[in-house]
Design a protein around this ligand. Structure first.
Ligand code: 13P
Length: 251
């Protein structure tokens, strides 16, 4: 099944609203019209309105980096799915390893957030991946399977087609060390089979993340189950991000 590749930039805690709008304008200029590839940028919350305005009409989608599972109420510091939708977001990154590691985010929390996002038709980009200790201990598949199963629990077949997964080995994030295309493909294939146990996984986009650069993107994206990239550091430089988008566009 031909899946449209998706390249998403996770800006993490970088860029003010002013800086983000400038980066968005530069990206828009460099990317021109988008065909055969989907592109999204996920700035921090305060930059969403300015970046959204800068991207209007460009075809580049807007995404956030987290959401709360409740619709509204006494949750100081939290942001709801409805609020993100209202700002023009199409995507929301969920369960990123930095949130699991630094903010105590559990599989159960990720599951509630996935449902909250889907309920307002935001597309979750659910991140899964093992640490170096887990990989060295031979636990990669077990860890990834646990994270995927938890995120997908209770979802319908229709939900599965409105959800994106991202395999991000923790040891490859921000380290300059990527999984080899073969290592990544092995896990992507396993993830697709897990989705397939619950519905039709053939349309689900599965992104790879972890030190994706213009130089290594093409080789990763050639693998049959790698449907795009979730890019951190290189998404903050318009020229690099644009080259990754080019690498993702089918020839
Ligand atoms: P880097 O591309 O900086 O390694 O970050 C990857 C990532 O965490 C994307 O979500």
């Amino acid at each position: 099944m031909a899946r449209t590749p998706l390249v998403a930039g996770n800006w993490k805690m970088s860029k003010t609203a002013t800086e983000g709008a400038a980066l968005a304008r530069e990206l828009r200029e460099r990317l021109g019209s988008l065909d055969r590839v989907e592109v999204a940028v996920c700035p921090p919350f305060p930059a969403l309105p300015a970046v959204g305005t800068a991207l209007r009409g460009s075809g580049i989608a807007l995404g956030a980096q987290d959401v709360h599972w409740e619709k509204e109420g006494a949750f100081t510091g939290a942001v709801s799915a409805g609020m993100l939708l209202d700002l023009g977001c199409r995507f929301v990154i969920l369960g990123h390893s930095e949130r699991r590691q630094h903010f105590g985010e559990t599989d159960a929390a990720v599951q509630r957030k996935v449902r909250a996002a889907l309920a307002v038709r935001l597309i979750p980009i659910v991140c899964v991946g093992e640490t170096l200790t887990e990989r060295d201990g031979g636990e990669t598949l077990a860890v990834v399977a646990r994270q995927v199963r938890a995120a997908l629990e209770g979802l319908t077949g229709a939900d599965l087609s409105r959800l994106v997964l991202a395999y991000e080995p923790v040891w490859a994030i921000g380290t300059g060390r990527t999984a080899t295309p073969a290592q990544a493909q092995e896990i992507h294939g396993a993830i697709r089979r897990l989705v397939g146990q619950q519905g039709d996984g053939s349309a689900t986009q599965i992104l790879y993340g972890g030190s994706v650069k213009a130089e290594n993107a093409a080789a990763l994206l050639r693998e049959s189950d790698i449907d795009g990239a979730l890019v951190g550091g290189a998404s903050l430089v318009a020229e690099q991000f644009a080259r990754i988008v080019e690498a993702a566009r089918p020839g």
